[in-house]
Ligand binder design. Structure first.
Ligand SMILES: CC(C)(COP(=O)(O)OP(=O)(O)OC[C@H]1O[C@@H](n2cnc3c(N)ncnc32)[C@H](O)[C@@H]1OP(=O)(O)O)[C@@H](O)C(=O)NCCC(=O)NCCS
Length: 179
């Protein structure tokens, strides 16, 4: 059981600079432009969740950013998930994923949320060398008792100069909201 050291909430535009900095602090995540995080925190705020440290500092120490793929409306795609080194090992990433996938009632739905039904599949792409990420997604599937299927997705040759590992697509589900 995660100690309640953090409050989960949807990202807002005011988080833009903190999201950019947190991604850098996470180390292995690719840091994108500040503008990309502002887009996620505005147009994709329904599917962008942050963990805010309770008890004073209010620092952002966790994030999961993504979207509902327009061609797979039964899914929610994790673009980036990260936890600050100081907050790792507490189950925070798992808690963020559960809330992100709509499996827990931790997050109030923003007014006018556009999705008629919660997602049934959680998707993410993962590089084969990222043990923590693989453990996170496989652990999520195991905890919810659902299959986790992996298939080739982006090849190294799809990236500039091939200077990036291939990414496999993990598709986890079907998910049911806990009662
Ligand atoms: C991956 C990451 C988000 C995990 O955050 P966390 O809050 O420490 O993870 P949790 O405590 O919720 O653990 C979730 C599961 O992952 C496992 N795990 C976490 N870190 C691990 C590591 N370094 N190596 C192996 N397994 C690890 C945990 O044992 C747990 O497994 P379980 O469900 O079988 O018990 C964090 O290590 C991180 O930010 N890494 C850098 C960014 C990154 O690689 N993101 C993923 C790619 S997009």
């Amino acid at each position: 059981m995660t100690p309640q050291t953090h409050r989960l909430r949807h990202a807002t535009v005011a988080d833009g600079a903190s999201l950019h900095a947190l991604v850098e602090a996470c180390g292995t995540l690719e840091q994108n432009t500040a503008y990309a995080y502002l887009l996620l925190a505005s147009d994709f705020a329904d599917t962008s969740v942050v963990a805010e440290r309770l008890g004073g500092s209010g620092a952002l120490e966790g994030l999961v950013l993504g979207y509902r793929p327009p061609r797979r409306p039964d899914s929610v795609f994790v673009w980036q998930v990260g936890v600050a080194p100081t907050a790792r090992g507490l189950g925070l990433a798992g808690r963020l994923l559960d809330a992100f996938a709509g499996l827990t009632a931790e997050l109030a739905s923003p007014a006018g949320a556009p999705y008629p039904a919660p997602p049934r599949y959680l998707e993410a792409t993962v590089t084969p060398s990222n043990d923590a990420s693989i453990a996170l997604f496989r652990g999520f599937a195991r905890r919810h008792g659902v299959p986790c299927e992996a298939q080739p997705w982006f090849e190294a040759a799809h990236f500039p100069r091939g200077a990036h590992e291939a990414e496999q697509m993990y598709r986890i589900g079907p998910l049911e909201k806990q009662s």
